[in-house]
Design a protein around this ligand. Structure first.
Ligand SMILES: C[S@@+](CC[C@H](N)C(=O)[O-])C[C@H]1O[C@@H](n2cnc3c(N)ncnc32)[C@H](O)[C@@H]1O
Length: 272
């Protein structure tokens, strides 16, 4: 399948930045630069892609590796985590349902693949999967869990999911890996990925519910060094509108929300 030539990345407009700050916690214009080796702009609160990514890496690579490994297995877990596990199963099925049944020969980025559950499912459908995660510990688990018959179809790579060195894709999926990023970061990431993706970009955000908003507020009370990666809630429809109007993406649709006990996540889809 022919892939489009790269276009130049657009910066997020200044007006958009203040709007998106309300939607997602960002607070200043983004530079729009999208390479993993660059920052996404200096915000008054000092946050940027790198800082968030480093906190996420620390969390998944050290603090939460065991919990995450257990949650994503068949091991017995608390009823709270069972609801999360069930919700995640539903979300995985929803994301997969947005892609063609037969993915033979398609190059798909599983952005923030964790222990590789979605990567496996994509490979079972014939895709050539580039499974990228910043956590080497989770990738180790993913490699161990990958059945032999899929080994040739999944390439596990350690790194930043926004690194353009990973190349071009037919489709991109990012399940629950952008939950920690503000709207400005999501804007510049999607603008960059849209230029390198022929088909769909399917991803999730944490919807703005009273509980998640309260947790986000409490998280901000802690010094940055002590924070685990607090999820940033978004109002999905407003986020979609702002990202379209700001020129970050051509068309962004809200697919559906999955609510299962303590798991609440909304699936969105970019048509490139
Ligand atoms: C909640 S887990 C979800 C994992 C997997 N997508 C799933 O649904 O099973 C979030 C994952 O995103 C990864 N992640 C977050 N930001 C990343 C980044 N900038 N580059 C690479 N991986 C990232 C984390 O390391 C973590 O494994």
């Amino acid at each position: 399948m022919p892939l489009r030539p790269a276009r130049k990345i657009r910066p997020a407009p200044v007006g958009l930045a203040s709007d998106m700050g309300r939607a997602g916690g960002g607070s200043a214009p983004d530079t729009g630069r999208s390479n993993a080796g660059q920052t996404s702009g200096n915000r008054p609160d000092g946050s940027d892609w790198h800082e968030t990514r480093d906190r996420v890496e620390h969390y998944f690579d050290r603090t939460a590796t065991d919990v995450w490994t257990r949650l994503t297995s068949d091991a017995d877990v608390s009823w709270v985590r069972r609801t999360v596990r069930a919700g995640r199963d539903e979300m995985r099925a929803l994301i997969l349902s947005r892609l063609p049944d037969d993915l033979s020969g398609m190059r798909i980025l599983d952005a923030g693949c964790g222990v590789g559950q979605l990567s496996q499912a994509l490979a079972e459908r014939g895709a050539e999967v580039v499974a990228v995660d910043i956590s080497e510990s989770l990738l180790d688990v993913a490699r161990t869990r990958l059945p032999d018959h899929l080994a040739a179809r999944v390439e596990f790579r350690t790194g930043d999911l926004r690194d353009d060195a990973f190349g071009r894709f037919d489709h991109v999926v990012a399940m629950d890996s952008l939950l920690y990023y503000d709207a400005l970061d999501i804007c510049s990431l999607l603008a960059d990925l849209s230029d390198r993706t022929e088909g769909k970009i399917v991803f999730t955000v944490a919807p703005r519910t009273p509980l998640l908003t309260a947790m986000w507020g409490i998280g901000r009370l802690f010094p940055k060094s002590d924070r685990s990666p607090v999820m940033i809630p978004h109002a999905p429809r407003r986020l979609a509108r702002h990202l379209e109007r700001g020129g970050c993406v051509r068309k962004l649709s809200v697919v559906d929300r999955i609510s299962s006990g303590f798991y609440i996540s909304t699936c969105l889809e970019v048509a490139t």
